[in-house]
Write a protein that binds this ligand. Structure first.
Ligand code: 5LI
Ligand code: NI
Length: 184
């Protein structure tokens, strides 16, 4: 399992490169990578476990964040009542369409690879359609909106060498298009 010492921090080139496409069938190594990333999310979201292992909670994790420049990311997005809104491993994901309307999380975003808090609205698409391959190599198309869509964009950004603060307006961090959705 991954600990915080295994997380690649901002400044490492791998976080600013395009991740390589993953080929199928998955190698054992790639399969383990996917499972280890999802395991991190599960453990990090458990209060007792994350205390025990000193893990920062995460709702997503991308391979470059564990030093692997491959196009693969795990997401585990819980709902308000503890239900699971989205649990998936995105392999070679691509946003193939999106809303004109923007959205941003009211609380801003954080990243395991960025040790400092950077306040401001991270402006993203409110709705996206993602095409990706799952662990079995099946090509899927998934329409996402609101919080799950935001998380998916944060992870897909990691695969394109983009970090969340790249989307914050430096001069006016909390400036937002009046038509944008603020997600609580
Ligand atoms: O790339 C993944 N991480 O860095 C894990 C830690 N950050 C989060 O879980 C997180 C927190 C707030 C908003 C979003 Cl969208 C995300 Cl993703
Ligand atoms: Ni991140």
């Amino acid at each position: 399992m991954y600990l915080m010492k295994d997380i690649t921090r901002d400044g490492a080139p791998v976080l600013r490169q395009m991740a390589e496409q993953v080929t199928f069938p998955l190698s054992e190594e790639d399969e383990k990578l996917a499972n280890d990333m999802m395991d991190y999310l599960v453990i990090s979201q458990d209060e007792t476990e994350n205390e025990k292992y000193h893990l920062r909670p995460g709702v997503g994790l991308a391979a470059p964040q564990v030093g692997v420049g491959k196009s693969m990311a795990a997401v585990l997005v819980p709902g308000a009542e503890g239900e699971i809104l989205l649990k998936e491993v995105f392999i070679n994901p691509k946003i193939i369409s999106h809303s004109v309307q923007d959205a941003a999380l009211a609380e801003g975003e954080g990243c395991l690879s960025v040790d400092k808090d950077i306040p401001g609205y991270v402006v993203r698409h409110d709705r996206i359609t993602v095409r990706y391959q799952n662990m079995q190599g099946e090509t899927k198309k998934l329409r996402l909106k609101n919080y799950p869509a935001i998380v998916a964009q944060h992870e897909i950004d990691h695969l394109n060498g983009i970090l969340f603060y790249d989307h914050i307006n430096d001069d006016a961090p909390f400036k937002l298009d009046p038509n944008a959705v603020i997600i609580e």
